[in-house]
Design a protein around this ligand. Sequence first.
Ligand code: ARE
Ligand code: CA
Length: 466
Amino acid sequence: MRSVRFLAGLIITSLALVGCTAEEEPFDSEVGLQLFMWPWDSVANECEFIGSSGVDWVLVSPAQEHIEGGAWWTNYQPVSYQIQSRLGNREQFQNMVSTCAEFGVDVIVDVVINHMSASYSGVGVGGTSYNKYEYPGLYTQEDFHDCQLTFDNSIQSYADQAQVQTCELLGLSDLNTSLPSVQEKILGLLNDLLSLGAKGFRIDAAKHISPDDLKPIVAALPEGTVVLLEVIRGPGEPIQPEQYLELGSVWEFDYVKNMKAFFVDQVIGYVDSEARFISHAPSEKAISFVSNHDTERNGQAINFGQSRYFELATAMMLAEDYGTPMLYSSYAFVDYDGAPRETDGLVDAIDCSSVSAPKEFYEEREWICQHRWATTLKMIDFRNRVHGAPVAEIYQSETVYGFAREGKGYFITNVSLDAAADVDVVTTLSDGTYEDLFSGEAFEIKDGKLTASIDPSSAIVLLAKN
Ligand code: ARE
Ligand code: CA
């Protein structure tokens, strides 16, 4: 019964949000969800649940026709601008977008516009015969950069801006994005996706496209198109996310690293709020996240195998007031290249309906369905309810980090693997009995303070009643 009432509450909350127009509800107050490698039909089926959980937008994997092959990353080697991939065809894409729109969920699509394939020749999944630098009806040799800055034309050093933006990333044929004719073709792809109902884009490898080249493309997009840029912050590099902020929002990769340092390595110093955010992109232009498809494979982030930490970090992200949080939902893998299960070159349908909590072990290719975890759903509700309340009363000691959302809510977590922690902390909440959103246990607030023992690897989250 309780859970039914809880869901009904969520539905009302999200309907209230859906009722707001983009002007009333700034992008920074919304919650996103990356559905990595989800086929269009499965996204469509999941969107009713996603909308009711309070998620406002989903980020889906690249939709362009790509090279054939078993690895997941073939989607990042386009061979044409047809909307035809292992995730579905054009009709399925359009159906996904319109179904999600019914439930108040916008679709943001990952677009690969810095490059085409690295693969030298073949036939794409939509039937296009291609050679590297020759993509029939779209691009030919002179549309590509020939950087001549390295022995193989591939990027060797991230310290050299010209290399990063005009040489080949991982050997991928690099479009000469400074050419108006190339910009026009890219714009053609983007407008096509918008015509199918997409709300905006993740610009893949944006770091590798000069902001000067992106500017005319972004400027030509209709008002209200969401532009999110992948510009990974690398220490000491000449290209930094800040150079792209006039074009849109950026993912803050240092946020991901800090979350891992805190939960996995238990380096508590990093989370100290102000010190941490000073070096981050400004909140209103930043996407905060616990992991994406790259960081979960390269060791920089908490990954699905550390599911309890993933759950706690996601909760902390939703409790904080930095950036636009993006949740992540993915599948288990053993090898870097491992793709989800497929039949005849199409990713199999996903069914998350039985998932409500993290598990300790996942089988290879099993869908994790992180966005279905009950604590995550409760934290989305928490985020909506504390909206606008400043962070206050930051508390930190050894393995514990806690903070209030002034008068509205309180979050505290203990990242220790094996030791409980006793705390006696100011919460800004009024006195009374509160139910912890994480454990369901009752906690007493007396003289504004929470006096409690926090279990290892757990959190206590309290929400003001009004
Ligand atoms: C695959 C193989 C490669 C092979 C290549 C060509 O793995 O071994 O050379 O094919 O045959 C994805 C996969 C890649 C895959 C590629 C093409 O992740 O493994 O290569 O698709 O199929 C940099 C970029 C950043 C990029 C990361 C991966 O700046 O933009 O590298 N991220 C995006 C996507 C990726 C995707 C691509 C771009 C390409 O999210 O999933 O690649 O479309 C420092 C720098 C960062 C740099 C990072 C890693 O931190 O600061 O800027 O990120 O190092 O090098
Ligand atoms: Ca480039």
